[in-house]
Design a binder for this molecule. Structure first.
Ligand code: FAD
Ligand code: FES
Length: 290
């Protein structure tokens, strides 16, 4: 190795040692873009150089388009098969539009993975409940896939999913497969539906009535107001706040605890979250505009 290459390698080692390696983006090529709904796509990415990205269910990356910007997006793929890095992105603004418009062959940048995971293993031996609202099913999909990969370690596994309309349902084909399994309970509800819809209509909270509180680990992700109602309902059913986990969203820039953009009073969502125990964030969620 030349002297300058040795120096560069030493610099990189030093960077990794300080934990700042998370600031360096890696190029990933889009292998596939699958349309989920009118405004949402799932991208499957592969590293241009280096190994695949190992991650825990619930973690996110800073996903970027060169020259446009980067935003925090949860990993929606299978943690037991990290070779295919998947993100499910809703087109809501400048950067997410550029990401959602990416086609096979395009190169995006990835930093991470960052943050805390769902801690699915904590539910071993007991019942695990997943409650998802809208795009919130994307960060929960890795948790469900992990549960299914080790299904024998858990008692009951239940997915309650609420979408705005039938057209907004994510992972529709996969959901149909999950509904056909004997070892998984799946309930689906939409807020609004045309007369042709044969399924349930109503809020996802209405599905919680049958939850058995003992030994239940509850993983919840969706709009903040939905997570507040779901948590209240679960507490009412007797599920302890320490066994309820919520994934929080805040504006982010660095992803590694340096910029302060994601601060939620004393918490940094990028480092301490995005997954929190309900008893840690419930009080903060009640404060408007925090
Ligand atoms: C940890 C984490 C995980 C996320 N996972 C996903 C995911 O899996 N899929 C997905 O589609 N989106 C996810 N988001 C939200 C995503 O980061 C925002 O939609 C994105 O930053 C919007 O940026 P933009 O430039 O496209 O739009 P902007 O023009 O910046 O904003 C468009 C709208 O989105 C709102 N917004 C902007 N940033 C955020 C944010 N960070 N959180 C919530 N609302 C925001 C704005 O208030 C505005 O209403 C996640 C956010 C966080 C913090
Ligand atoms: S995103 Fe910069 S501190 Fe969390």
């Amino acid at each position: 190795m030349s002297e300058s290459a040795q120096e560069a390698s030493a610099d990189l080692d030093a960077l990794v040692a300080t934990g700042l390696a998370g600031l360096v983006p890696r190029p990933f090529r889009v292998d596939r873009s699958r349309r989920e709904t009118a405004d949402t796509v799932t991208l499957t990415l592969a590293p241009v150089t280096g190994g695949s990205l190992e991650f825990a269910a619930g973690q996110f990356t800073m996903l970027g388009v060169p020259g446009v910007g980067e935003v925090p997006i949860s990993i929606s793929g299978d943690p037991t098969w990290p070779d295919a890095l998947q993100h499910t992105v809703r087109d809501v603004g400048g950067v997410s539009h550029a990401i959602a418009s990416a086609r096979a062959g395009d190169v995006l940048t990835v930093r991470g993975p960052f943050g805390t995971g769902w801690g699915v293993g904590d539910g071993e031996g007991g019942d695990v409940l997943i409650v998802a609202g809208g795009i919130g099913l994307a960060p929960l999909r890795p948790a469900l896939l992990e549960l299914l990969a080790h299904r024998h370690r858990y008692r009951t596994v239940t997915l309650l999913y609420g979408a705005r309309t039938p057209q907004d349902i994510l992972f529709a084909e996969e959901l149909a497969g999950w509904r056909g399994r004997f070892d998984l309970e799946v309930e689906l509800s939409v807020d609004y539906a045309p007369p042709s819809w044969r399924g349930r209509v109503g809020l996802v909270t209405a599905l919680i009535a049958s939850v058995a509180p003992e030994q239940t680990l509850a993983l919840v992700c969706g709009p903040e107001v939905m997570m507040r109602f779901v948590t209240t309902e679960l507490l009412h059913r007797g599920v302890p706040a320490g066994q309820i986990r919520l994934s929080m969203e805040r504006a982010m820039s660095c992803g590694v605890g340096l910029c302060g953009h994601c601060q939620l009073r004393e918490l940094f969502v990028c480092l301490d979250g995005p997954v929190f125990r309900a008893d840690r964030v419930l009080g903060l969620m009640a404060v408007e505009e925090l």
